[in-house]
Design a protein around this ligand. Structure first.
Ligand code: KG4
Ligand code: ZN
Length: 347
């Protein structure tokens, strides 16, 4: 079965074709970063308009790369939530229209399920049951995956998502959007020990997390340095030291919660996914933490950590293959708890 996947939930337009026999056949991605850069964050209306502009050319490109015709496609998957309402509408209406035109079933995919299943696209794929750490710009969640599609929420951020905190700290330091990769790069030059930021909520039992206090601690450090500086500007080294302290605090907090989640759920497999799972410090910290427990961590290649069409084509293909498909309603769900999904039968 060949399924075309369309991702338009935020600021990336992604299209990919997944074949249930041979895997990802072709993919393409367009990032709107340049469109939103001058605003320091995603402007929803500009995002929708840019998806409209780019989606059809990207689809043509993916068919050309794959050497396939429209008639070769057996199903269409598109992100139907969570995300920006206008942006989701572009992918959903295009996906549904193509399904009708090509007379194939369509399916709306949960964006975070796409992230969660992305590590299964790798050669050494994890098998449920496992604990998943979902860390993106909009979500930070620990999820117990009993079977594909059967998700129990173990804990989540009570305020900012980890990626959002990275982006806000980057903004305080005049770094470009999205901030995560820039903060991580500067942190490599940081001096350990100059600043120590709190590890929020680690001394409390439970698996919820909080990142907004940590962001405020970073803001106070920035303000103190600005006041102490003759021209009100921070030196590159100051910025690097703040980035390092911030990144260490986020990574430590996530590692403590992941260890606790594995112990609580009694699983030996941890899967991480979402934009922040591209972070090298987080990857190596979680590799150490899981090794100490005799457990193993899995994550997608960096290109499948951040938003992409491949993860949507894959998640959609699993559900279409299991006989699920859209009904006649055109439904998008800007807010959509992952726990409302149904199990994907693999019989
Ligand atoms: O999953 P994603 O592409 O989009 C959402 O679904 O939100 O995640 C984007 C987030 C942004 O906040 C970005 O700053 C963060 O992931 N990010 C990183 C890194 N790469 C992307 N954060 C820390 N380190 C990175 N290397
Ligand atoms: Zn995402």
């Amino acid at each position: 079965m060949k399924v075309i996947g369309i991702e338009t939930s935020c600021d990336e337009t992604g299209v990919a074709i997944f074949d249930t026999h041979s895997g990802i056949v072709a993919e393409t991605l367009y990032s709107q970063v340049a469109v939103h850069a001058e605003y320091g964050g995603v402007v929803p209306e500009l995002a929708s308009r840019d998806h409209i502009r780019k989606l059809v050319p990207l689809m043509r490109e993916v068919f050309a790369k794959a050497g396939l015709n429209f008639g070769d496609i057996d199903g269409v998957a598109y992100t139907s939530g969570p995300g920006l309402i206008g942006a989701l509408m572009v992918g959903a209406s295009t996906g549904r229209a193509l399904g009708m035109a090509w007379d194939v079933p369509t399916i709306g995919v949960h964006h975070m399920e796409g992230h969660l299943l992305a590590p299964l696209l790798e050669e050494n794929a994890p098998q449920p049951p496992f604990v998943a750490l979902l860390v993106s710009g909009g979500h930070t969640q620990l999820v117990e995956v009993l079977a594909l599609g059967d998700y129990q929420l173990l804990g989540e951020s009570v305020d900012d998502a980890a990626g959002e905190a990275f982006d806000k700290v980057a903004k305080m330091l005049d770094l470009d959007y999205p901030g995560g990769p820039h903060v991580a790069r500067l942190a490599e030059q940081g001096q350990a020990g100059r600043f120590t930021f709190p590890r929020p909520m680690v001394d409390r039992p439970g698996l919820d997390m909080s990142f907004s206090g940590l962001k405020t601690a970073a803001l106070y450090a920035v303000q103190d340095l600005q006041q102490a500086s003759a021209n009100g500007q921070l030196h590159e080294q100051d910025k690097a030291d703040i980035c390092l302290a911030f990144e260490q605090a986020v990574v430590d907090t996530l590692a403590i919660k992941c260890r606790r989640a594995l112990e609580q759920a009694g699983h030996k497999t941890l899967v991480m996914a979402g934009g922040v799972s591209a972070n090298q410090r987080l990857r190596s910290k979680l590799a150490d933490a899981t090794a100490k427990l005799g457990a193993k961590v899995y994550y997608p290649r960096p290109a499948y950590c951040t938003d992409n069409g491949a993860m949507i084509a894959f998640a959609g293909a699993l559900r279409l293959q299991a006989g699920q498909a859209d009904d006649l309603r055109l439904q998008i769900r800007p807010r959509w708890p992952l726990t409302e999904l149904s199990a994907i039968s693999t019989d």
